[in-house]
Design a protein around this ligand. Sequence first.
Ligand SMILES: [Zn+2]
Length: 278
Amino acid sequence: MTALFASCSPSVQPTSASSPLSSPTPSITQSPNPSITQSPTPSITQSPNPPITQSPNPSITQSPNPPITQSPNPSITQSPNHSIPPICSPLRNHPLEQLPSLVSWSFLPAPPDRHYGLDLGHWALGDEESSLYDPVQAVMDGRVAGVVLDRPPSGHMILIETPYERLPAALIEAVSIPQGFSVYHEYAHLADPPDLAIGQAVACGEYLNRVGLTGWTVAPHLHLETRYGPPGFTFEAMAYYTGDATPVEMAAYETWFLSGQYQAFDPMILLSLTLSQP
Ligand SMILES: [Zn+2]
């Protein structure tokens, strides 16, 4: 197994509902925690960014937001009147300033390694397994918009919506968020079945879950994905187009990952806003 980060969901793109054998890493889905006992360490230390074997079909037409290469925080000094709402590290044991050193797979690396989230783990520190069960907490205030119980590709997953009026002006400008759109934060591969209800309020820094190995992943890490899109998106189930996926699950997957309505941007832009503050 060479694909440590492989799984991270968003890059997998079914071309049809009956999408063939592109079945990403069947072995992973067979057992929730295969890697720990099967392969203690093999390739992990050898290649911090091993290739993806999962055919991350680059055909997603989501035109990942361009402004990433532009100065991420241009507006901070331009609009000092806008206070920045609280932004918290998604990993309770690691303050925001440590996160760059924990990025095991970044947002949108060079093709073909499409990846619409940010993977945070300890690989970069030479310790691939100690991230397991690290407490995961909310990066911003919001409400629970989605909960998934161990389904592919994201495993146990939580989605939290932060409404437009709670977004930092600097973020709105940096990623060109349209008026009225929300930002959604997805936390994937969590260890425990989410104990949250749709609509429940969540505060910045509130405990959500723990870093796990659920879904398409073979080493513990947090997949944090941020997208902006129309407000009010809610789902209680979501799954990739596997054989047993229900129409409801597939519809949510389609809306979130494939429809283009929810545009992914680099979570690090958000996470670095307060660090950039003068
Ligand atoms: Zn990921």
